[in-house]
Design a protein around this ligand. Structure first.
Ligand SMILES: NC(=O)c1ccc[n+]([C@@H]2O[C@H](COP(=O)([O-])OP(=O)(O)OC[C@H]3O[C@@H](n4cnc5c(N)ncnc54)[C@H](O)[C@@H]3O)[C@@H](O)[C@H]2O)c1
Length: 252
């Protein structure tokens, strides 16, 4: 799929990997709409790249419907949708104060998994009526995590939410194949974003010490480059790509 002049929706576009993707895609000529709860940071980035920022809660059906139609009115229908909105969560299932409150588990699943599905289903529905360009109508790229495969102690909720994103990739790609819409997922390892900086300096150091090569955190721009390649390479479909420098997370 060509990026030039193509409308793109990026959830979580106000920060981290979403913001880096917004910058790169707009440099390549995409018309970018940033869908984020944090509309003030979204507006700063939108201003910088000549895109638009739309206040949106990915967990809410009406909010996403409204955001997609606002973006469409401004840029035309989006053929690119990148799902970066998400939250990190770390807490033992059974902690010092007893079992993890069920509401915490529900919240992580609600944002990371249901939010991704919500945006995917509405973005895909808006792509299906479009004419094909070449062989394609559109592309949806979701964001999982290596925690989907090697969740650490304290990551039951986060790993379950990202495991769900990994699991829905193939059936969604199979279902949307008849419409010429691809679905891909990126599973990043450790990426230097505001989300990662919420972790204590000690755990931060311990975590990236375990990245074999390159022996460092990934840059959000490296995620954005992979998004660009996935958009441009039509044979990539129904797959999850790890972006992790060969990292395999230890139990703790
Ligand atoms: N940073 C890492 O090391 C890392 C590793 C693996 C996976 N991930 C995943 O990558 C994605 C992007 O992470 P990041 O590091 O760029 O994070 P980030 O915190 O920098 O950005 C996440 C953005 O999502 C937005 N957001 C949160 N809840 C939302 C909601 N309900 N509706 C709309 N927007 C919402 C936030 O406002 C924020 O702007 C997340 O899904 C995260 O789980 C991050």
């Amino acid at each position: 799929m060509d990026i030039m002049n193509t409308a793109a929706l990026i959830t979580g576009g106000a920060s981290g990997m979403g913001a880096a993707t917004a910058r790169l895609l707009s440099k390549q000529g995409a018309k970018v709409a940033l869908l984020d709860l944090n509309v003030s940071d979204g507006e700063k980035i939108a201003k910088e790249i000549g895109g638009i920022a739309i206040s949106c809660d990915v967990t809410n059906s009406e909010s996403v419907e409204k955001a997609i139609s606002t973006a469409q009115a401004k840029h035309g229908a989006a053929r690119i949708c990148v799902n970066c909105a998400g939250i990190v969560h770390g807490k033992r299932m059974i902690g010092k104060d007893g079992p993890m409150p069920l509401s915490e588990f529900e919240r992580v699943i609600q944002i990371n998994l249901i939010g991704t599905f919500n945006v995917m289903r509405l973005a895909a529905a808006a792509m299906i009526p479009l004419t094909t360009i070449g062989e394609e109508r559109g592309i949806i790229i979701n964001t999982a995590s290596v925690a989907a495969y090697e969740g650490q102690i304290g990551q039951t909720a986060y790993s379950a939410s990202k495991g769900g994103v990994v699991a829905l990739t193939l059936p969604a790609a199979r279902e949307l194949a008849q419409f010429g819409v691809r679905v891909m997922t990126i599973a990043p390892g450790l990426v230097d974003t505001p989300m990662f900086s919420k972790i204590t300096p000690e755990s931060r150091e311990a975590l990236y010490a375990s990245v074999p090569f390159p022996h460092r955190l990934a840059k959000p721009e490296e995620y954005a480059h992979l998004v660009q390649h996935i958009i441009e390479n039509a044979m990539l479909n129904g797959e999850v790509i790890r972006l992790d420098g060969a990292l395999r997370m230890a139990p703790r």
